[in-house]
Design a protein around this ligand. Structure first.
Ligand SMILES: [Ca+2]
Ligand SMILES: [Ca+2]
Length: 132
């Protein structure tokens, strides 16, 4: 089940110390997946144009405040690749509101799946404790 505002999540979580890109102390990192409400299916995000600001929008959407960093090329997803060339400006309330090519329009493979590291992310709930 998914409700508005929960259209994004991180999967295959690992502590940030396990990756070699920019890290946030105490953060958890994972592959970004977005929910396509029209297709009722989760899918991944390509790392083309994937930067800190894009990851920060993801972390904010998960209820985390600050301390976010992009982790590119997390890879390993399956199924649909929903978003490519994501260009957030940081004020967006959710990742799907950021500029992108259009749902399912991409030139990517799953080896390019984008990841994000969020400070304070609870590995069990995969959120920062946003109120239910
Ligand atoms: Ca692209
Ligand atoms: Ca971007």
């Amino acid at each position: 089940m998914c409700r508005p505002g929960q259209g994004v999540h991180l999967v295959d979580l690992q502590p940030s110390s396990h990756n070699t890109l920019r890290e946030v102390a105490g953060a958890m990192c994972g592959r970004v997946e977005v929910y396509n409400y029209e297709m009722e299916e989760w899918g991944t995000v390509c790392d083309d144009f994937w930067e800190d600001v894009d990851a920060q929008v993801v972390c904010a959407e998960l209820g985390c405040s600050g301390g976010a960093a992009a982790m590119q090329g997390f890879g390993g997803g399956s199924g649909a690749i929903w978003l490519d060339d994501v260009k957030c400006e940081s004020s967006e309330a959710s990742l799907s509101q950021c500029a992108h090519n259009g749902w399912g329009v991409h030139n990517c493979q799953h080896s390019e799946d984008a990841g994000a590291c969020c400070a304070g992310l609870d590995p069990h709930t995969a959120t920062c404790g946003a109120p239910a």
